[in-house]
Write a protein that binds this ligand. Structure first.
Ligand code: PLP
Length: 406
């Protein structure tokens, strides 16, 4: 097969729209342009029917009832709605929330906003693989705790959290559990009941759907979750999120979920093999490389590696024709080392040498081989230019880098 450049290896940042998804969306821009809230003519009915189909497709993928799905503009909004919505609804009951240090900014900054308003937030640490200890959750819960929010899988390091255990603890202690499951939905099996979550955020553009369409699962059964809407207006989505529905986007999200349900198992196996091949290739060609995140309990397509002695930004620039990311895409505009890597106990110097590879549906073995060769060449070149190298200093720098381990 002929290798096509540039190569996209940043599927944790976003994914292309799948052709089937695009085809499903197409009619809803032009012929079927109705407003799903227009109850008195066929244009509205067609739009509403399409939205309800999408709701059922999402529900099917995550194992909930269609009525428990609230459409939003994406996971940032879903996270805001879940966290602030619950905080304001349960204010009388308590003012304490628990989350962890490696959450996405959509969660962290929602919590910071609440802190300014008098809420208290515990930011749990993670171990060196990026995992929250469920016992830490249990210990942090107080009588005032109204919500625990722990992501399903991390966007930078791919570590999958022990959410089922956390879910059981929350249930026992009668505390609501929200999960930002953006990176996991469509990649690994997700069942809201098995995980024990009461709220769950997802977004279309991470699972081969369009940007600007997402959803929040809100449990209706026991316990029924109360939520204060963050968007006031026409009372759409049963008052939980006002605003004319993005019908094409929602149709795309639904179709993307349906498709993911069909291909997920095979794709997860294929991507795990490719990802392991990439890591084996890197290790085969280069020494002093370090895997960030959990070796096994991680997203199938995700690999995050520190290349000791190499500046990640310079490496990124030298990997022309390969789209990867240093740190999280959402914060790569800043030159601060990734807060996620810092939370793992990785010192700034080593964190700065890290690259995130995100493999996805379009990724091939040829691409992986090409990237391995290119990496080996460029890392060697950059290391040769780096005065603090070669390896006599490597042991020392590695030791320094890991002194914050916990
Ligand atoms: N949460 C996580 C874990 C993410 O990776 C992202 C995407 O960058 C988001 C939330 C934000 O999602 P959206 O782009 O749909 O607002």
């Amino acid at each position: 097969m002929v290798l096509k450049l540039p190569i996209y290896m940043d599927h944790n940042a976003t994914t292309p729209v799948a052709p089937e998804v695009f085809e499903a969306m197409r009619p809803y821009f032009m012929e079927q342009f109705g407003n799903a809230a227009s109850r008195n003519h066929p244009f509205g009915w067609a739009a509403e029917a399409a939205v309800e189909t999408a709701r059922a497709q999402i529900a099917q993928l995550i194992g909930c009832k269609p009525i428990e799905v609230v459409f939003t503009s994406g996971a940032t909004e879903s996270d805001n709605l879940a966290i602030k919505g619950v905080a304001y609804a349960y204010r009388e009951k308590g003012n304490h929330l628990i989350t962890c240090q490696i959450e996405h900014h959509a969660v962290l900054d929602s919590c910071k906003r609440l802190e300014k308003e008098g809420f208290q937030v515990t930011y749990l640490p993670v171990g060196r693989c990026g995992m929250v200890d469920p016992e830490d959750v249990a210990r942090a819960i107080t009588e005032k705790t109204i919500l625990v929010s722990i992501m399903l899988a991390n966007n930078e390091i791919g570590t999958i959290q022990p959410l089922e255990k956390i879910g059981r603890i929350c249930k026992e202690r009668e505390v609501l559990l929200h999960s930002d499951a953006v990176q996991g939905v469509g990649k690994i099996p997700v069942s809201v009941d098995a995980l024990g979550v009461d709220l769950l955020s997802l977004t279309a553009h991470k699972l081969y759907g369009p940007k600007g369409a997402g959803a929040l699962y809100v449990r209706m059964g026991k316990p029924r979750v109360k939520l204060v809407a963050q968007m006031d207006g026409g009372g759409h989505e049963k008052g939980r999120r006002s605003g004319t529905l993005n019908v094409p986007g929602i149709v795309g999200l639904g179709k993307a979920c349906e498709l993911a349900g069909h291909v997920m198992a095979d794709e997860a196996m294929r991507l795990t093999t490719l990802r392991d091949h990439l890591w084996a290739g890197i290790q085969g060609h280069l020494d002093h490389v370090h895997l960030n995140g959990h070796a096994r309990l991680r997203l199938p397509g995700n690999l995050n590696v520190s290349f000791e002695g190499v500046d990640g930004e310079s490496l990124l620039l030298s990997l022309k024709d390969v789209a990867v990311s240093s740190g999280s895409a959402c914060t790569s505009a800043s030159m601060e080392p990734s807060y996620v890597l810092k939370a793992l106990g990785i010192a700034n110097a080593l964190a700065h040498t890290s690259i995130r590879f995100g493999l996805g549906r379009g990724s091939t073995g040829e691409e992986v081989d090409y990237v391995v060769e290119l990496l080996a060449e460029q890392v060697r070149r950059l290391r040769a230019m780096h005065s603090g190298y070669p390896m006599s200093s490597a042991g020392a720098s590695l030791k320094a880098a890991r002194t914050n381990d916990h």
